[in-house]
Design a protein around this ligand. Structure first.
Ligand code: RP5
Length: 181
């Protein structure tokens, strides 16, 4: 799955003139070992039918490839980049330094330090180079935030976001109702 548009059905009218199969979101990760963490977010993008591409690119192992991908992303029609990494998690920050697109960082929990190392690595960006950081392992929120960002200019996706929120509310109300039985 690492070199193609994963979800490619038609995107809405407000998309730009590029191919309707162009990914709007790039989901990057430092290693395929991050995939189990990133999968929840990928599933949200699939559910919302948001064209996206999923790539392994590492700030440390493939720095040139990472920089090239980030620098070219805006011209490829990508609107938001989600970047997940563990340990010395420099990927989101380095990607943000090579693009002006919004970057959402997902701290991935590794085998030691419970992901706090990744969280601190991602969240403590210097002033001027923003990375929106979600909770440790929370790729779901990264994808939902990406959908909200794209939804600002895309009615179909904004509706999906609203429906998702309504689903959350219904679920919560149903739990409360069950407690009252
Ligand atoms: C990070 O190193 C990756 O994002 C991953 O979370 C971690 C370990 O990578 P592997 O050794 O499993 O490839 O760069």
């Amino acid at each position: 799955i690492f070199d193609k548009v994963v979800s490619g059905t038609a995107i809405s009218d407000s998309s730009d003139a590029k191919s309707s199969l162009s990914p709007l979101v790039a989901v990057l990760m430092g290693s395929d070992s991050d995939l189990p963490t990133m999968n929840a977010g990928i599933q949200i993008l699939q559910k919302f039918n948001i064209p996206h591409t999923v790539r392994v690119t590492s700030a440390h192992r493939t720095p040139e490839f990472m920089a090239k991908f980030a620098a070219e992303a805006v011209n490829k029609g990508i609107k938001v980049i989600i970047a997940g990494a563990g340990g010395a998690a420099h990927l989101p920050g380095m990607v943000a330094s090579h693009t002006t697109l919004p970057v959402i960082g997902v701290p991935v929990k590794g085998s030691v330090l419970d992901g706090v190392d990744s969280l601190y690595s991602i969240v403590q960006m210097p002033r001027g180079v923003p990375v929106a950081t979600v909770g440790i392992g929370n790729s779901t929120n990264a994808a939902l935030l990406a959908a909200r960002i794209i939804g600002v200019g895309d009615d179909r996706i904004q509706r999906q976001v609203e429906e998702f929120a309504q689903g959350n509310a219904d679920e919560s109300l149903a739990k409360d109702a069950k407690l009252q039985e």
